[in-house]
Write a protein that binds this ligand. Structure first.
Ligand code: ZN
Ligand code: ZN
Length: 286
């Protein structure tokens, strides 16, 4: 909630092809982009978990800067019920000389965006105010098995393209089905969960993900306090990762009381091995 000397408020950027998906936008996020060497104009979608300041205080600044840059996309902003009203109030509170083109959509539960490559879903969390967690699901891809292409002696060109589109072909008088020369590569899945107590929705969001980004505001020594304020402990995040069959867990959103994150990481590692605490500018490739 409070930025420290070493840690900014929360914001997670997912870069996927021409899409740039920003999960939350804590105070100072636009400057973090500068330091990370990522252009702000790469942002195409902003996904807001809830309207506590530590998750949205960076929004007006980021939008003002985009307005004065050569931003040509239509910015899509998704958030829980109430987001439209709050965005309007934000535009009332500050004087923006110029406005970028943007659209605000409120989401409750289920998939809210889909294109040829991926889907985005939201699930309600338990944090005392309207809060949602997000799930990114890349679609499975049909890939060419080069060994088999060689075996069938299929030349480079449209025939290979057809197989990739899951269509059978005829080559040298023989019918070749897509499954004979291609294979399915499963899409990657990512979960973003903060702020909440450990609840049923968490398991829907984190089910079988390659990467679970989850809050760990406290260590399990403060489990009572954690529950009282609507948060999760590092240990609970690890339990979630374990039960959901997540491949990797990255902890975020630490209480400022933890000068370093060792205690939190150890608390989680008791339960789930492949865990790290995020630090600012950490990059993970999936
Ligand atoms: Zn928070
Ligand atoms: Zn909160």
């Amino acid at each position: 909630m409070v930025p420290t000397k070493d840690r900014n408020q929360i914001a997670v950027f997912l870069s996927y092809g021409s899409e740039g998906i920003l999960f939350d936008c804590g105070e100072g996020t636009q400057r973090q982009f500068k330091i990370a060497g990522i252009s702000l104009t790469k942002v195409t979608k902003i996904l807001i978990s809830h309207w506590h300041g530590d998750h949205v205080l960076g929004l007006p600044g980021l939008i003002q800067t985009l307005s004065s840059s050569d931003y040509s996309s239509k910015l899509e902003i998704y958030g829980p019920i109430g987001t439209k009203k709050r965005m309007e109030k934000m535009f009332e509170a500050f004087v923006f000389d110029k406005r970028i083109d943007f659209v605000v959509k409120e989401v409750k539960s289920g998939f809210f965006f889909e294109n040829n490559e991926f889907q985005l879903g939201a699930y309600p969390l338990e944090h005392g105010i309207e809060t949602i967690g997000f799930r990114f699901v890349e679609k499975d891809k049909r890939k060419i098995d080069m060994k088999k292409i060689k075996k069938f002696d299929i030349p480079n060109g449209p025939l290979i393209g057809k197989l990739q589109q899951n269509k059978p072909i005829e080559h040298k008088g023989k019918k070749i089905n897509p499954d004979d020369a291609t294979f399915i590569e499963s899409g990657k899945k990512l979960a973003y969960i903060t702020d909440t107590v450990l609840c049923d929705s968490c398991y829907d969001i984190a089910d079988n993900v390659d990467l679970l980004i989850c809050e760990a505001t406290y260590s399990s020594k403060l489990v009572g306090k954690s529950e009282e304020y609507g948060h999760m402990t590092a240990r609970q995040a690890a339990q979630l990762a374990n039960k959901s069959n997540a491949k990797q867990l990255v902890l975020v959103h630490f209480s400022a009381r933890y000068k370093n994150t060792q205690e939190l990481e150890e608390d989680a590692r008791d339960i789930f091995d492949n865990v790290i605490c995020a630090n600012d500018f950490m990059k993970i490739e999936l």
